[in-house]
Design a protein around this ligand. Structure first.
Ligand code: 13P
Length: 241
């Protein structure tokens, strides 16, 4: 088992004003939250700065949604490790299926980004997961094992988070059965040399299924999309029973 990490992935949502409004409500709901639970908000680049000032010293950590593998250069639209660490960012989501599907991210580029994140002292959250077609063909485990093999070349497993996000469960309301997610996560753990890596589940996590998900033996946390946009609902997820 790894450290418990409950992360929200806002994707392309929220302006600065909306982010501050969210944070005010969220903070008011976390007064009794167990400090052993790490809470992370992976937000658009444009709200990192304002949130880093408001989060200072609190329970909530800041995450970004991308990082380039070079430290600087002619890479229009990309962001460097130093740009993130300057804003007190601690985590970065890498290889999300939406980056793979819409922006040509591969296991190889995800691997370069994971290495860059670690070089800058950031915690990479490497996402893996199968499509519905791959699942129906009985290939889920093979696909995930291959993503891990390629994504983790030369990666230090002492500073790493893995998120298992079955693509068919993302944004669909079609949650993977908690027990099924647990068994895939067990397979993921078998592939790792460090058995204490935090392995999260992601895909239609909601206030009404979080308790069952977190009750599983091998699931160390969640990466939440849509349900992390509402501060009351996200607080309920963080404060799972
Ligand atoms: P949903 O929670 O909206 O299904 O998104 C999951 C996800 O992609 C988190 O990274």
């Amino acid at each position: 088992m790894g450290k418990i990490i409950i992360a929200g992935n806002w994707k392309m949502h929220k302006t600065q004003a909306e982010a501050l409004e969210f944070l005010t409500v969220l903070k008011s709901k976390l007064e009794d939250t167990d400090e052993a639970r790490e809470v992370v908000l992976c937000v658009p680049f444009t709200v990192l700065s304002i949130l880093s000032k408001s989060l200072h010293g609190g329970l909530v950590r800041l995450g970004a949604q991308n990082i380039h593998w070079e430290d600087q250069g002619a890479y229009t639209g990309e962001i460097s490790g130093a740009m993130l660490t300057e804003l007190s960012v601690d985590y970065v989501v890498i290889g999300h299926s939406e980056r793979r599907q819409y922006f040509g991210e591969t296991d190889e580029t995800a691997n370069l980004r994971v290495i860059a994140a670690q070089r800058h002292g950031l915690n990479p959250i490497l996402c893996v997961g199968e499509t519905k077609q791959q699942r129906d063909a009985g290939e889920a485990e093979t696909v995930i094992i291959n993503q891990l093999k390629r994504g983790l070349v030369d990666v230090d497993q002492s500073k790493l988070v893995i998120a298992y996000e079955p693509i068919w469960a993302i944004g669909t309301g079609d949650t993977c059965e908690a027990s099924e997610a647990n068994s895939i996560i067990r397979v993921i753990r078998e592939q790792l040399s460090n058995k204490n890596v935090t392995i999260q589940y992601g895909g239609s996590v909601k206030p009404d299924n979080i308790d069952e998900i977190m009750d599983q033996s091998d699931i160390d946390g969640v990466l939440v999309g849509g349900a992390s946009l509402d501060p009351v609902g996200f607080a309920r997820i963080i404060n799972y029973q």
